[in-house]
Ligand binder design. Structure first.
Ligand code: GLU
Length: 509
């Protein structure tokens, strides 16, 4: 089995938008496949028609498109093991269920839903829990109790039935998980799970195992919530006489306070998205926020997710997808849950913002500038972005940091005026205007040298002059290096702002 081709899959059920925990599972599968020269497959597990949500499959596909996580085979790609959507594979599952009945590993059960509810209630009345298992199956309506001919009659007359797995009694199931190591369970704690339903559809368990086998999946890497299903899956492989894949169950993503699983409801309640893309519930119309719409870069989002549960064994944190694939190994996935940290998510976006070219950021920023009613030149926007990007986590924060490059201050921050517009400011700024109008080279370095020399010669306070000057250029005491600002604004605009500011603020009495 060790020289089996590496084939992994992500197998979502389209029951709603993809939670970031699901994206992380897919990402680890992707990285594992890339690292090992294997294939990554997208299979849609839509056999539970009662939980189908319209738009969910499209959402899943769009989300991976945005993240840059690509599949080698699957619903949108095709491949030689298709179809990759279980509802389109429907016809073949009954044959596998029949195979298990024939080999004595499964049986037909005819109990109606009402009958099972009554059983459950009777048990509850005695403070017990009803389980369809070895002890109880003997008293219920199934082909282990009925004779062959009785069973045949029921089947032929079209009596609704399900196929249940005949859980072996007192059997020690030994399993190996690549993250958790040895897992041992006694089959007595397990029930006779339904494999095939009365609506003619397989359950998740049957379809999942059959498809993983037929699609030659070598490693099943999935969320910890599927660990309780592992004994059944392992027993199903045994029953079919198939080699089981290797398993790795990923620890949960936890709420920021570490108390419990990060749920679909947590995000907007705690002020951060838990979905890659915004999602509007088709039934309730309720909208949940997404990373894309919140201004995250897909590569930053993916990088952040990768480190929630995996680490490269060194101090590195910022990785491209290729670098992550290179460094990835299941051995370095932790056993315990990872706390989601919304501040760290922002930190990642900030890191990526610094790595992006000014040109790329400017292209994203331009529409926001236009929205503010300004027609700006791309070259100029690029330069502005270069000066302020280190102060922003998101492109949508750039205007807040740089609006003054595009519009002269319409007002002056009153607090700053009170504190920084001093009695001497008016005359000093008049002098400064005079000084700057005579400067030929308006580069940042040159104006800085000229202005600082003048301040020193006049023995003015450096802070006092610079703050007043900044106030007139920006309207507030914020922004990057002041001489960089005026170099970009240019001589004419700098002088104009000095003039407007002097007029607006006047001489302090
Ligand atoms: N359809 C299951 C899900 O929605 C797949 C679990 C598995 O990977 O086996 O998560």
């Amino acid at each position: 089995m060790s020289n089996r081709e590496i084939r992994v899959r992500f197998a979502p059920s389209p029951t709603g938008p993809l939670h970031i925990g699901g994206v992380r599972t897919a990402l680890y599968n992707y990285l594992f496949a890339k690292k090992n020269g294997g294939k990554f497959i997208l299979r849609i597990e839509d056999t539970d028609q009662t939980r189908f949500v319209s738009g969910a499959e499209e959402y899943i596909i769009e989300a991976f498109g945005w993240c840059g996580i690509r599949f080698d085979e699957g619903v949108t790609k095709g491949g030689k093991y298709g179809p990759y959507k279980q509802s389109e594979r429907k016809a073949m599952y009954s044959e596998y269920a029949e195979r298990l009945v024939a080999s004595g590993h499964a049986y037909y059960a005819f109990d109606t839903a009402e009958e099972l509810t009554t059983q459950r209630k009777n048990f509850e009345a005695e403070k017990k829990t009803f389980t369809y298992n070895a002890a109880e199956r003997k008293h219920l309506k199934n082909s282990l109790v009925f004779s062959k001919s009785e069973t045949q009659k029921l089947l032929q007359s079209g009596t609704p039935f399900v196929v249940r797995f005949k859980m072996p009694e007192d059997h020690v199931v030994r399993m190996h998980d690549l993250i958790r190591g040895e897992v041992i369970v006694n089959s007595n704690v397990l029930d006779d799970k339904v494999l095939f339903k009365s609506d003619g559809m397989p359950t998740y368990h049957l379809a999942n195992v059959v498809d993983d086998h037929l699609m030659k999946i070598s490693h099943v890497i999935r969320g910890e919530e599927w660990l309780p299903s592992l004994p059944l899956h392992v027993l199903l492989y045994e029953a079919f006489g198939w080699d089981a894949p290797q398993f790795a169950h990923l620890p949960l993503l936890l709420k920021p306070d570490g108390k419990g699983k990060l749920s679909k409801r947590d995000g907007d309640r705690l002020g951060f998205p838990v979905f890659p893309l915004q999602w509007t519930d088709p039934k309730t119309g309720e909208t949940s926020s997404g990373y894309r719409e919140s201004g995250y870069f897909p590569d930053a989002f993916v990088n952040m997710l990768a480190l929630l549960g995996w680490n490269p064994g060194d101090e590195r944190e910022v990785f491209s997808l290729e670098e992550m694939a290179e460094a990835f190994s299941i051995d370095r996935v932790g056993k315990s849950g990872s706390r989601f940290d919304p501040e760290k998510a922002k930190w990642f976006n900030h890191q990526y913002m610094q790595k992006k070219s000014n040109k790329e950021l400017a292209a994203q920023f331009l529409p926001l500038i236009e929205k503010e009613g300004v027609m700006a030149d791309m070259d100029y926007v690029e330069k502005v972005v270069g000066l302020v990007k280190e102060r922003a986590h998101f492109v949508h924060e750039l205007w807040e940091q740089s609006g003054f490059f595009f519009k002269a201050p319409a007002s002056f921050d009153p607090k700053a005026v009170k504190k920084r517009w001093k009695q001497a400011s008016y005359d000093q700024m008049m002098e400064l205007k005079e000084l700057l109008s005579g400067v030929g080279d308006f580069s940042s370095e040159n104006t800085e040298t000229v202005v600082k020399k003048w301040i020193e010669e006049k023995e003015y306070g450096m802070g006092a002059v610079m703050n007043a000057f900044r106030l007139l250029m920006v309207g507030a005491l914020k922004g990057p290096h002041l001489f960089d600002i005026i170099a970009l604004l240019g001589q004419e605009e700098t002088l104009r702002r000095l003039e407007i500011g002097l007029f607006e603020l006047g001489k302090k009495e």
